[in-house]
Design a protein around this ligand. Structure first.
Ligand code: NAI
Length: 400
């Protein structure tokens, strides 16, 4: 296959490569796995399709795959998190890239289909978009040995397909590995969400009342860092155990209807749709900030907000202020898209080093395994442990 890349501007490549170089020396676990897998040669000649938030860290993973001898085809998992300079850098290194920042959903679907033309043998997915596209075009999936899925939302989609008996492929859910969700979802999203929000707004977090909707791994991280920054943290939940855990972790717990009236910054973290509703926004104090850390762009009812607003204006880059009929203003961060990525730099490098090491090792395992039955599989325990031990070793930490 000699398909040409489709990117915004090849002239951006030097800046993209500079960003990739920065992360390359800060991902020691991935570099150690490269040495290990390079000896084995399993990736040589394999076709790998990748759909992830396309920025420097994911680009480095693509380059590692390329250096291991794979034919790598990449797109973004959300057009608003795609960094055009990084996409250009990656294309300059011989990866086939179909990704441009900010394109429509329709164009993004076309980019996914362009990727499928590679007839991949293994797939690295984030949100199960490639997997679903493969189900629409099963003729392009006949060589697929397996899919490695990154995130909680993708895992839910795969499990749903599997439960209906419709999943056509073996899929590994990297999110379920301890080396992923204990660190990436919690510490990674926690830190990068607040880095993004403080950068987008130039405001303090200390002293503010922060409402975190959902106390799963992501919610725990967002709440933990907010507390560390000096916020008063309120948690909303539907799961009684998670609600109790939030209470015992020292946060106020209440229903969203009550939290809406007292919060100043609201962060959704459930991964579901329609969680922060218009009725809640109408109850919020003037100037409330709202943002989303979950995978879905529809966790906040953005369309409803736009529909009723009497005025809308971009008050800072990536911050929209909507005036409601009651005269109060609501500031929406990064259009309600995944704020730490669409409005920031994404997870810190060291966190993604672990997540992507799991991805690399899972793809390696899928390629080496005899044909696996369709269904959802956990990352094998030995891979999870390998990543944790390599991380300890890279950080110079010994344990008993
Ligand atoms: P999780 O399943 O551990 O947590 C979700 C929580 O939301 C659960 O505790 C659930 O009880 C709660 N919840 C459900 N409905 C609710 C409602 N109506 N009100 C309040 N709480 C409710 O999932 P996890 O791992 O925390 O992931 C959440 C989302 O974040 C997913 O979409 C995931 O894909 C995404 N994610 C985002 C990252 C980022 O970089 N921003 C990184 C990792 C995951």
């Amino acid at each position: 296959m000699n398909e040409k890349s489709s990117i915004a501007d090849p002239n951006l490549a030097p800046e993209g490569l500079r960003k990739i170089e920065w992360v390359s020396t800060r991902m020691p676990v991935l570099n150690r796995l490269f040495d290990r897998f390079n000896v084995k040669g399993t990736f040589r000649g394999a076709t790998v399709a990748v759909s992830v938030h396309l920025e420097a860290k994911t680009a480095y993973l693509c380059l590692i795959l390329k250096k291991l001898g794979a034919d790598v085809w990449a797109t973004g998992s959300n057009p608003f998190s795609t960094k055009d300079d990084v996409a250009a850098g990656l294309a300059a290194q011989g990866v086939k890239v179909f990704a441009r920042h900010g394109v429509s959903e329709q164009t993004h679907r076309e980019e996914l289909c362009a990727l499928l033309a590679s007839r991949p043998q293994v797939v690295l997915d984030d949100g199960a978009d490639i997997c679903l596209a493969l189900h629409d075009h099963p003729d392009l999936g006949t060589r697929v040995k397996g899919i490695s899925e990154e995130t909680t939302t993708g895992r839910l989609r795969l499990k749903d397909l599997d439960a209906k008996g419709k999943l056509l492929y073996a899929a590994v859910t990297v999110n379920d590995a301890k080396s992923k969700h204990l660190f990436d979802n919690r510490y990674g999203t926690g830190q990068s969400t607040w880095t993004a929000i403080t950068h987008l707004t130039n405001m303090t977090v200390a002293g503010k009342t922060v409402v975190v909707l959902g106390y799963g791994w992501v919610g725990r991280g967002v709440a933990h860092i907010a507390q560390g920054l000096g916020a008063h943290v309120v948690v909303t939940e539907v799961d009684p155990w998670k609600a109790l855990e939030a209470d015992m972790d020292g946060y106020a717990v209440m229903p969203i209807a009550a939290a809406a009236t007292c919060g100043e910054i609201f962060i959704t973290a459930t991964g579901l749709e329609g969680i922060l509703k218009l009725e809640h926004m109408k109850a919020m104090p003037d100037g409330a900030l709202i943002g989303n850390a979950g995978h879905s762009d529809r966790e906040i009812e953005v369309e409803e907000l736009r529909r009723v607003a009497t005025r809308a204006r971009e008050v800072r880059e990536n911050v929209f202020e909507y005036t409601l009929q009651n005269g109060r203003k609501i500031c929406l961060l990064a259009d309600g898209r995944i704020v730490n990525i669409a409005g920031g730099l994404g997870h810190p490098v060291e966190i993604m080093d672990m997540s992507f090491s799991l991805q690399l090792a899972s793809l390696h395992w899928l390629l080496e395994s005899p044909a696996m039955k369709p269904g959802v599989h956990n990352v094998p325990e030995q891979i999870d442990e390998l990543v944790a031990r390599e991380k300890l070793a890279a950080d110079g930490i010994s344990i008993d």
